[in-house]
Each structure stands twice: as structure tokens, then as C-alpha cells.
Design a protein around this ligand. Structure first.
Ligand code: NAD
Ligand code: TYD
Length: 344
């Protein structure tokens, strides 16, 4: 079987590629990634050693390019991680979020239909449900919760989900969707809360906490998300939506303090800064459906996952320092174009 993984040079997509290589070494993998600021080819360096893996640089919103790639590769399954993924950036510049997160999905789905792909999987987010109040801890997002996005990012992901569901209803298109809570773990781009705090704390810089740090997120170790997607693409029912969550709710302040404890650092650099506009208060997933139907459970307790994540960042200083210096953006040019390897 051949899987096309889009957005595989990013955080979750790369973890998924390594998960699949370990779990299903018989499968071939093609990664399509535009290598935006969030894509880092160095992350995929170990994967390049595998003859069953191929990396292709390209844009999921470029119809001609996508069509040619599908004609050449004939994937059996497409898993779409490619997206603009940072809420704060979507507040600054919503346009690219619509192009990639909505138009890109339409283009991918049309290519899947034209080439008889047996499963298209859309990696979505719990942010499409909007938020929950802080004072009702017994409320959770279920698959029946109405879509009510707050940010341009979550609105673009919600739009894509509606389109995927419409393709299933209209064309019988074999699609599944997972809506996942906040992920953390290796290869997380250091603009997001946990890697930002780890890398800034290591540099003894200030640690910017939005508002009072009371907003709540449900944290899921990235490997647990990968195992959920793997189950859904192989055993999930076409046309179905599955919520994926970690049963690990924490306030942002609790998260930052846990990271500092793990690093052996004090709390004196925590700085409360202006809040994010439209800041969602609480996300909390009820993952009962995927547990019941597919036997999935989140295996990694938060404290264990944070310990592993902090250890990973300590052991991979070059990876994140190269990103922070901007040097990683020259990697493709250095490793491929300058060596005449073309677009791989
Ligand atoms: P990321 O920003 O780390 O990676 C996104 C990847 O997509 C990058 O490699 C980037 O180069 C690539 N990309 C962007 N635009 C592209 C385009 N037009 N064509 C091809 N490639 C393109 O994101 P992530 O955190 O790994 O998230 C992956 C997916 O999971 C996203 O769809 C996101 O909405 C969803 N998600 C993320 C989280 C989370 O906590 N990070 C939670 C739930 C869902
Ligand atoms: P983030 O990692 O951007 O994920 P999302 O917005 O998709 O949940 O942020 C997680 C939480 O951390 C969110 O409530 C915003 C907060 N946050 C901070 O307090 N400071 C920061 O510097 C960042 C990036 C996020």
C-alpha cells in the first residue's frame, strides 16, 4: 500500500511518518510538503534513508501540480496534515489560511476522486467547536457539538471539515476526519506554547503567558495522535468523524510551571502579557466514540509526555537552534538544489 502524507515536514505529519515506518514497514510513503516557515526538511533526514520513502516539495493548493503527482504516484491513501496551523498568525493574515486549509483540501479531494484513492483522511482540530466555559468542567466536545469557530485558523479548518462531509454525502467520497486536541512532543515548532517555553527557558528569556494563564487546553502526546489516525485510516468507517483527546486538561500556567520544574528552572521569568484577541477559554474532548469503535486510548500521561518532550529538546538542541536562527530554511537549497538533486 502507498500512503501520501501531506504536510509531513511539519510537527505531527513527521511524527506520523516515523510512526507508520515503524508500525507498517511494508507500506510506501510519499510526503508532499510546501516547506513553508513551519516545514523543516531536516526533520525528515532519517526518513530519507528508507528507499520506500520519497519527499516531494509542492503546494496542495496548486491543482496542476497535485494532479501530476497523483498521476505519477497513484497513492492508495491520502492523509492531509498540510495546513497553516498557528492561531496568532491567522489573526495577522487570514488569507493564506483559506488558500491552504480550504482550497488545498478541495484540490486534494478532487485529485483523490479522479484517481480512485480508497481513503482520504483530513486531520482536523477540536478548535472547530469554539470553546467551553471555564466554570463547567463536566462539559466536553462530542462529535455532535455544533461547529462554532473563533479564529480565522479554526474557521478555515471548520470550512474544510464541512467540505469533506459534503463530498462524502454528495459523491460517496471515502473520507474520514479526526478532530484532535492540542498535541505536544518531538519536532514541535518553537512558536507553539510548550516548545516556546522550553526553548526560551533554556535561554533564560522571559516566558510570555497570555492574559492570566487560566485558559485550559487538553494536551495529547503526539504519538498517541498518530496511533489514532493510523487506526482510523485502516479501520474507521468512511464518512465518520472521530474526536481524539488526551484526558489531560491543564491551564496554560500549569503547563508552563510543569515545563520549568522539568527543566529545573525557577518561575521568576514568567511574564503575563496582553491576551490573544478572541482567546478560546477551554478545549476539552470526549473521545468515547474512537475508544468504543476502534479501541483507541491515549497511552501517555501528561507528566510522562512532558518529561520525554523536555528530554527530546535537550538532546536535539541543533534542531531547534537552527530553526530559531532561521538557518533551517537554507537546508533544502544546501542539501538538494546545490547538489543538483532537484526537487527530489
Ligand atoms: P505544522 O505547522 O507544524 O506543519 C504544517 C506543515 O504543512 C508544514 O510542514 C508546512 O510546510 C506544510 N504546509 C503548509 N502549507 C502547505 C501547502 N499549501 N502545501 C503543502 N504543504 C503545506 O502543523 P502541525 O501542528 O503538524 O499540524 C498538522 C495538522 O494537524 C494541521 O492540519 C493542524 O490543523 C492539525 N492539528 C494540529 C494540532 C496541534 O496541536 N498542533 C491539533 C489538532 C489538529
Ligand atoms: P498554542 O500553542 O498557540 O495552541 P492553540 O492556540 O492552538 O491552543 O497556544 C496554547 C495556549 O497557550 C493558548 O491558550 C495560548 C497560550 N499561549 C501563551 O500563553 N503564550 C504564548 O506565547 C503562546 C504561543 C500561547
Amino acid at each position: 500500500m502507498k500512503l501520501l502524507v501531506t504536510g509531513g515536514a511539519g510537527f505531527i505529519g513527521s511524527n506520523f511518518i516515523y510512526y507508520e515506518m515503524e508500525k507498517h514497514p511494508e507500506d510506501a510513503l510519499v510526503c508532499l510538503d510546501k516547506l513553508t516557515y513551519a516545514g523543516n526538511l531536516a526533520t525528515l533526514e532519517p526518513a530519507m534513508e528508507d528507499p520506500k520513502f520519497r519527499f516531494v516539495q509542492g503546494d496542495i493548493a496548486d491543482g496542476q501540480f497535485v494532479e501530476a503527482l497523483f498521476r505519477e504516484e497513484k497513492p492508495d491513501i491520502v492523509v492531509n496534515f498540510a495546513a497553516e496551523s498557528h492561531v496568532d498568525r491567522s489573526i495577522e493574515d487570514p488569507g493564506i489560511f483559506l488558500r491552504t486549509n480550504v482550497m488545498g483540501v478541495q484540490i486534494l479531494m478532487d485529485a483523490c476522486r479522479a484517481h480512485g484513492v480508497s481513503r482520504f483522511h483530513q486531520v482536523s482540530t477540536d478548535e472547530v467547536y469554539g470553546d467551553l466555559p471555564l466554570d463547567q468542567p463536566d462539559l466536553f466536545f462530542t462529535e455532535e457539538t455544533p461547529v462554532r469557530a473563533s479564529s480565522p485558523y479554526s474557521a478555515s479548518k471548520a470550512a474544510a471539515d464541512l467540505l469533506v462531509q459534503a463530498y462524502h454525502r454528495t459523491y460517496g467520497f471515502p473520507a474520514t476526519i479526526t478532530r484532535c486536541s492540542n498535541n505536544y512532543g518531538p519536532y514541535h515548532f518553537p512558536e507553539k506554547l510548550i516548545p516556546l517555553m522550553i526553548t526560551r527557558a533554556l535561554a533564560d528569556q522571559s516566558l510570555p503567558v497570555y492574559g492570566k494563564g487560566e485558559n485550559v487546553r487538553d494536551w495529547l502526546y503526539v504519538r498517541d495522535h498518530c496511533s489514532a489516525i493510523d487506526l482510523v485510516i485502516r479501520n474507521g468507517r468512511p464518512g465518520e468523524l472521530y474526536n481524539v483527546g488526551g484526558h489531560n486538561e491543564r491551564t496554560n500556567l500549569q503547563v508552563v510551571k510543569t515545563v520549568l520544574r522539568e527543566l529545573g528552572k525557577g518561575e521568576e521569568r514568567i511574564t503575563f502579557v496582553a491576551d490573544r484577541p478572541g482567546h478560546d477559554r477551554r478545549y476539552a474532548i470526549d473521545p468515547a466514540k474512537i475508544e468504543r469503535e476502534l479501541g483507541w486510548i491515549p497511552e501517555t500521561p501528561f507528566e510522562e509526555g512532558i518529561r520525554e518532550t523536555v528530554q527530546w529538546y535537550l538532546a536535539h538542541e541543533t534542531w531547534w537552534k537552527t530553526i530559531l536562527s532561521g538557518e533551517y530554511r537554507n537546508y533544502f537549497k544546501r542539501m538538494y538544489e546545490d547538489k543538483g538533486r532537484g526537487s527530489l
